[in-house]
Design a protein around this ligand. Structure first.
Ligand SMILES: Cc1ncc(COP(=O)(O)O)c(C=O)c1O
Length: 309
């Protein structure tokens, strides 16, 4: 297999691949890997943060559980158990000596089979991590509803993080970036608000925090954290089916996600949400979330796994 030269886009030193920590330039796959052709892989996006106890991973257990759930959707057997994957993730963060960033575990059907049915292909697992700052910047962003709808839940396992599903997200991102917006919003096949290409959405109206119900969206781990933080503030979240007009007339709106964290939405389809500024509850939730991930909120310490030295 070709060895890549060290390049300026090298973002990490060591990548865990099938049980071994390899140098970045050696973490390669064969061009006849099944996943490269058909998107038959599953992945997670996890963040780790700088804390007083060193780098700590946010909700590691939930991310690993979701990785295995996604693999099951593809009838893929990851050749490691949950504990081994957790240890491999912590080890990858430790050896790279990065204080804070993003972790990408990816399990995929590798070589050995070229037909659509992947049965018989080897399953590989790669884990990489790299430094990564804010994804959408934290200041109120301009969102546009995509012309594409979210994947139909009867066509795919919509709440699994399957690589191939992300073509839907990529197309919507390309569409709205071309129109000079910051991020896309999907409606589902019924015309109800679904989610962003890599984020869940919340809005506040008349004091009620609301978010699309599960069904055709990813069950975001940040979404769940925000529902818990809001509940601890005495704010109940209503999960329902919403139309765009509910969002246009909202008092506040924000995205949540591992990459986006808590991201205020300033406008949707060029209509300002209220005054276009980050709302009071959004700001409060964002502050508590950022304190939680930094290990500064004792109540949410349970969400952190310190990687150790
Ligand atoms: C389509 C989609 N929706 C929502 C989310 C947010 O999920 P989480 O908070 O678990 O990162 C993500 C990111 O993983 C995603 O890809």
């Amino acid at each position: 297999m070709n060895k890549l030269p060290k390049a300026s886009f090298q973002i990490t030193k060591k990548i865990w691949l099938n049980g071994k920590l390899t140098n970045w330039e050696n973490a390669n796959v064969h061009v006849l890997s099944h996943a490269l052709h058909y998107g038959s892989g599953v992945f997670e996006g996890i963040r780790f943060y700088e804390t007083k106890k060193g780098p700590a991973i946010f909700r590691l257990k939930e991310h690993i559980d979701r990785l295995f759930y996604s693999a099951k959707a593809l009838q893929m057997k990851i050749p490691y158990n949950h504990t081994q994957v957790a240890e491999a993730i912590c080890k990858t963060v430790r050896v790279n000596k990065i204080p804070a960033g993003y972790i990408r575990p990816l399990a995929f059907f590798d070589y050995g089979k070229m037909g659509l049915n992947p049965t018989g292909a080897t399953v590989s697992l790669a884990i990489a991590c790299w430094p990564w700052g804010s994804y959408l910047g934290g200041k109120p962003i301009r969102v546009k509803t995509s012309k594409l709808i979210r994947l139909h839940p009867d066509s795919v396992v919509a709440d699994a993080k399957v690589c191939g599903h992300y073509i839907n997200s990529i197309l919507a991102s390309l569409e709205v970036k071309k129109a000079k917006f910051d991020e896309a919003l999907f409606l589902d096949y019924r015309g109800f608000v679904a989610e962003g290409p890599g984020e869940n959405i919340f809005f506040l109206k008349k004091g009620v925090l609301q978010t699309p119900r599960l069904g055709s969206i990813l069950a975001g781990i940040t979404r769940d954290a925000i529902i818990q933080i809001a509940a601890d503030l005495g704010v109940k979240t209503r999960e329902g089916n919403y139309k765009l007009r509910d969002l246009y007339s909202a008092d506040e709106a924000f995205f949540t996600g591992t990459a986006a964290e808590v991201q205020p939405i300033g406008s949707l389809d060029s209509r300002k949400i209220k005054n276009g500024k980050a709302g009071e509850l959004t700001t409060k939730l964002r502050e508590i979330f950022l304190a939680a991930v930094a290990g500064e909120a004792p109540k949410y310490q349970k969400w952190l796994t310190v990687v150790g030295s």
